[in-house]
Write a protein that binds this ligand. Structure first.
Ligand code: SAH
Ligand code: SF4
Ligand code: F3S
Length: 466
């Protein structure tokens, strides 16, 4: 059943439709839109909501920068994400001069920072629409306000308790989808801005999640990714508390659904119950993304991660004992305040012991407002670079060696796309999340097929359909 807000927003979509069709008649052409996503899977899912509403209102999607409506869904987890947005915005200004109908919108995590809004007001005042992460469900309403009165609308909320989900969505892939199971984060890792821009943790009710997945499956989805900043603490704050493992068991029951993934797991909350559920499951993929951040217990403590090196390695051991072929991937930050050469050696030691299939390595980025930004012992750039190269080369050697272990095996692969370089080839993904290229026809896209892995290329396989 739709809630009141969902009914209201659907009315606004109808209004937006009228405005768009009037404008189309006036111009004698279609109105185009471009939605660009920065950041994580959660932002990608939000962008599908934005595009869903734009298409429902009659816009036509384009990749081009001279669209009638361009919106950037921004990320602020590291400063380089912010810089890319400012760079792209600068380039949009000249397009806007040429097309008087053009409107520019910004949303997402960067918009939750007051200093960003100030900067846009002074240096990028040609932006027409701004909203944040908490009022994204008001998108249709804000569009109507902007277009009806031809005015700028800048509206960012500090927080919300509302969960508004049942609105049009345009999925990027017909056969796989992300689904939000929770919003926000309560962990306050000392380097991280996410809790400030996404607010406190809120879980959706399990019945609603199951209902949405059933609809997706009826619509052709075979693989689902359950999304949250810390899925292992899912359900703890619901009126009827439930564990993440229990939710997975409910999702497993959904007929027609073939693969289940989830992101992200926080090591401090990963339970034995979850490992047991994964072991029993026929649908949960054999991949776990388990961010380490640092291998040094001293640094982990200052990061406020609430586990140490030994606990992390113990978890990895338990997971591998239960699911021997599982692929474990991770995130690592290099250059956190106070990190020494010895701390970096600890991180390298964990990489070698944990045998990651892959690791995303990030240079620490100082985020205003976080405790780490105030710490006096920031590491100088040159030292960070040296440490980063050490970690990166260890990760690369490890990933190559580890992932190669599947060579020669026949595995199930979800076919995702035609290969960009050679249209006779397809790209698919193993349960372990590794990409496989093989010859086949595009009718197979969205299907799970058996592929023999014949050749390993460092981070992907060649294979043959069997
Ligand atoms: N909720 C997830 C991570 C979300 S952010 C978790 O806790 O695992 C994705 C990754 O960005 C993090 O795992 C971390 O490695 C990195 N990251 C976050 N803040 C950062 C910062 N200030 N500088 C560099 N990397 C950062
Ligand atoms: Fe950031 Fe930590 Fe929350 Fe992940 S768990 S989003 S790193 S505060
Ligand atoms: Fe970035 Fe926001 Fe995701 S800051 S990583 S887009 S939650």
């Amino acid at each position: 059943m739709l809630n009141n807000e969902e009914i209201l927003q659907r009315d606004y979509i109808e209004k937006l439709k009228e405005i768009v069709s009037k404008k189309k008649a006036e111009l004698g052409r279609d109105l185009t839109c471009q939605v660009t996503t920065f950041g994580c899977q959660m932002n990608a899912r939000d962008s599908e909501k934005i595009l869903g509403i734009l298409l429902a209102a009659g816009y036509v999607e384009t990749q081009s920068d001279d669209a009638d409506f361009v919106i950037y869904n921004t990320c602020t987890v590291r400063d380089n994400a912010n810089q890319r947005v400012y760079g792209r915005l600068g380039a949009l200004k000249s397009h806007k001069k040429k097309n008087p109908n053009m409107k520019i919108g910004l949303c997402g995590c960067m918009m939750q920072e007051p200093s960003v809004i100030e900067k846009i007001k002074t240096s990028y005042s040609f932006v027409d629409l701004i909203f944040g992460t908490h009022n994204i469900f008001k998108f249709a309403e804000l569009m109507v306000r902007m277009l009806e009165n031809d005015q700028k609308v800048y509206e960012v909320w500090e927080g919300t308790q509302e969960i508004v989900e049942d609105l049009p969505i345009e999925r990027k892939y017909f056969f796989k989808s992300g689904i939000n199971i929770m919003f926000g984060c309560n962990n306050f890792c000392s380097y991280c801005i996410v809790p400030y821009v996404r607010g406190r943790e809120r879980s959706r009710k399990p019945e609603e999640i199951v209902e949405e997945i059933k609809k997706l499956v009826a619509d052709g989805v075979v693989e689902i990714m359950l999304l949250g900043q810390n899925v292992n603490s899912y359900g703890k704050n619901l009126d009827n508390p439930i564990s993440f493992a229990k939710l997975l068991e409910m999702v497993e029951e959904i007929e027609g659904l073939e693969r289940i993934r989830f992101m992200t797991s926080h090591p401090k909350d990963l339970s034995d119950e979850l490992i047991e559920t994964m072991k029993k499951s026929k649908k949960i993929c054999h991949h776990m993304h388990l961010p380490l951040q640092s291998g040094s217990s001293k640094i982990l403590s200052v990061m406020n991660r609430r586990y140490d090196k030994e606990h992390y390695l113990e978890l990895v051991k338990k997971i591998r004992e239960a699911i021997p072929d599982i692929a474990i991937t991770t995130d690592i930050i290099v250059g956190f305040p106070g990190e020494t050469y010895e701390d970096v050696l600890e991180t390298i030691d964990v990489i070698k012991k944990a045998q990651f299939d892959n690791a995303f390595t990030f240079i620490y980025s100082k985020r205003t407002g976080t405790p780490a930004a105030e710490m006096p012992n920031q590491v100088d750039e040159e030292t960070v670079k040296k440490h980063f190269d050490m970690v990166l080369s260890t990760v690369q050697d490890m990933a190559k060696e580890r992932t190669a272990r599947f060579n020669g095996q026949t595995v199930d692969v979800l076919v995702e796309d035609i290969n960009e370089q050679d249209s006779e080839y397809l790209d698919g993904r193993m349960s372990h999340n590794t990409v496989v290229h093989f010859k086949g026809s595009k009718d197979l896209i969205g299907k799970i097929v058996n592929v023999k892995l014949t050749n390993f290329h460092g981070f992907y396989y060649d294979g043959e359909l069997v």
